[in-house]
Each structure stands twice: as C-alpha cells, then as structure tokens.
Design a protein around this ligand. Sequence first.
Ligand code: SF4
Ligand code: SF4
Length: 207
Amino acid sequence: MDHNFCVGCNPGSSLPFCAIGVSPSNAYIENIINNDTLSILENFVCHKTAQDLSTGKLFILSKCDDCGMCQIMCPHTNIDYTTFFNSKLEKVVFNDFGRASILFQKIFSDASVATEVQVKGNFRTKRIDLVIKKGTDIFLIKMLKTTDKVPFYMRSYDEVIGQYHTLYPDISFHSLCLVPNAKMNDTIRIGAEIVDLSTLNTLIGGL
Ligand code: SF4
Ligand code: SF4
C-alpha cells in the first residue's frame, strides 16, 4: 500500500474522513425499511492508531498493517477499493462492527447500511450483524469468521425474514452469510448464500 496518498484537505474543526467515520447505532429493521433518520456513533477508522494528522496531512506510522481502510475512506483519492479486499481488511471488518459499518457505508454509498440491527416482535433479543437496503431489496447478513455455524444462523435469520415478509410484502428480503475469502470453499450442507467481500460487492453493486 502506498502510504503517501494523502493530498491534504481542510475538514475544519473535525477530523478528516480518513480518521473518523460514523455508524448508525440502535437501529431497528423497521427504521431502515422506513428510511428513518438513525442515531449515529463516531468511530476511529484506524484500528492500529497508526495515523498522525498533526501537520494537516495524513502521516502513516510504522505500526500500520496496510489494511487500506483510511485510503478507502479518503474522498480525495480515486482508488479501486476492490484492490483492498484481502485478509488484512477482512481482519478489521470481522473484528469490529463499527468499522464494518463505516466501510460498507462508503462502498455502498447508494444503500442504507447498519450493523447490529435490532429486531422486534418475537425476536426481541436478536440482532442482525449487518443490514443493507438498496431499493426494495434488503439483505440480512451474518458475519462469521468460520462456516461451522452458518446453518444455525441462516435458519435464525430466515425466521426473522418470515416475520418481516408478512409485515412488508413489497420488500424483498434476503439472508446471506459473509465469510473471509479463505472460507469460501468450505462445504456447507445448507442452501445458504455464502459471500466474501468481493462477491458481496458485486452482488450489491449490481442491483
Ligand atoms: S488522507 Fe484524505 S481525508 Fe485524510 S487528510 Fe489526506 S486528503 Fe484528507
Ligand atoms: S492502512 Fe489501516 S492500519 Fe494503516 S493507517 Fe490506514 S487504517 Fe490504519
């Protein structure tokens, strides 16, 4: 990764987009379906505290692990973010819902994105790891580092979809499991749709 991509910007009194992002918090699926304004939390972009912005430009410290998050988030670079879909970025995404939310809001900028989304009705205690709504399609996505519990979670998510499909018949609900690329070839005895970052990007981007 090129550490000298920063061209400098002036975000005023706040931190630049390479350093801080916002993610919706405490959202319910209904809020996303109804396009409600969601409360938000601020999150640092860098998971290694490897950024120095004291000069007004981004200087990347040696403890950076080249995850690519800051370069993807910078609005002044014109990169192909798919070149960062690798195990380093996966490590960030699968370990931290806040940063996952920031990343997916950026790459799916024409969709509504939220993590740890709450469910009402018979499923009060459930939270959906990642929800992406684009048009009338809404994806309930379980994020798993391994595939052994995919059947369990997909059954659980499909139960939620069964309830919401009745309430919102005009919305197309889908369940997906997001796994690291290295797990894509695992044999899973269920008709669940398994995606990695790259196939999720293609799927949502193609809608
Ligand atoms: S990396 Fe981008 S967002 Fe961050 S300071 Fe530089 S130009 Fe601004
Ligand atoms: S590439 Fe990742 S680890 Fe390195 S400075 Fe940017 S956000 Fe931090």
